[in-house]
Write a protein that binds this ligand. Structure first.
Ligand code: URA
Length: 232
């Protein structure tokens, strides 16, 4: 159990004095009922606290999936560009979530965030080799020789050696690519090494997680079952 005002501060709702005013103004609910007593004790594990109707999470562990649009950089702050953090609602940003790995500014699709540092490091660890599936539109056409070269482990133009990967042509100038590592501009560089310049790239799957019908620019929390599958 902890004090409601402390919980609100820890959730990013404001300073102690700001939180007091929010409570006084009737903007905070506990399990759907307006609560004005800042000394009230709550159980963050079982009770739902909301500010202006938006549920706050305190310090509970959270994993979020975003369908990233092009034009946003994967960073927590940036002097030039809009960041993926701007696409998250305030209540999630207040929970101190960070992006898991990165997508290029022009790349769209599945990007995870979490406030669990251990999980974050496990997911981006090269040892984990989480398979990631990308849909690419590209110049040229993937051949049997390209598929074999991906399967054997490509050597990029700068000499970098990649782990074996899967190239599945879907039609002229369209392919699915599955990689188990996250080198800088990896898919674009792999395709370029086979003379297929990528013109569009979207991550559709990361480990057991599928982007599915989540609309571009939207995010959702993972279910406990999805988090468990991710940890396996
Ligand atoms: N590979 C790339 O080239 N870009 C991404 O954003 C992700 C994988």
């Amino acid at each position: 159990m902890e004090r409601l005002d402390k919980f609100l501060c820890d959730s990013g709702a404001g300073t102690r004095s700001q939180v007091k005013l929010l409570l006084k103004a009737g903007r905070v609910t506990v399990d759907g009922k307006v609560e004005r007593d800042n000394g009230r004790k709550i159980d963050p594990e079982t009770q739902q606290v909301a500010l202006d109707g938006e549920i706050l999470g305190g310090r509970r562990r959270i994993v979020v999936m975003l369908n990233k649009p092009a034009g946003f950089v994967t960073a927590t702050e940036d002097a030039m560009d809009r960041t993926v953090m701007e696409l998250l609602p305030v209540s999630l940003r207040a929970m101190d979530v960070k992006p898991v790995g990165r997508l290029d500014k022009a790349t769209e699709g599945l990007l995870l965030f979490t406030n669990d540092g251990d999980l974050l490091h496990r997911l981006i660890s090269p040892k984990k080799e989480v398979p990631k599936v990308y849909y690419a539109r590209h110049e040229g056409e993937a051949t049997e020789a390209d598929i074999a070269a991906f399967g054997a482990g490509l050597t990029l133009r700068d000499g970098t050696v990649c782990l074996p990967a899967r190239l599945e042509p879907l039609g002229p100038g369209e392919s699915l690519i599955t990689v188990c590592e996250g080198k800088y501009h990896q898919v674009r560089r792999m395709m370029a090494s086979r003379s297929m310049t990528v013109t569009y790239l979207e991550r559709r799957q990361e480990g057991p997680l599928i982007l599915g019908s989540l609309s571009r620019g939207s995010c959702r929390e993972l279910t406990p079952e999805e988090i468990q599958a991710l940890e396996c």
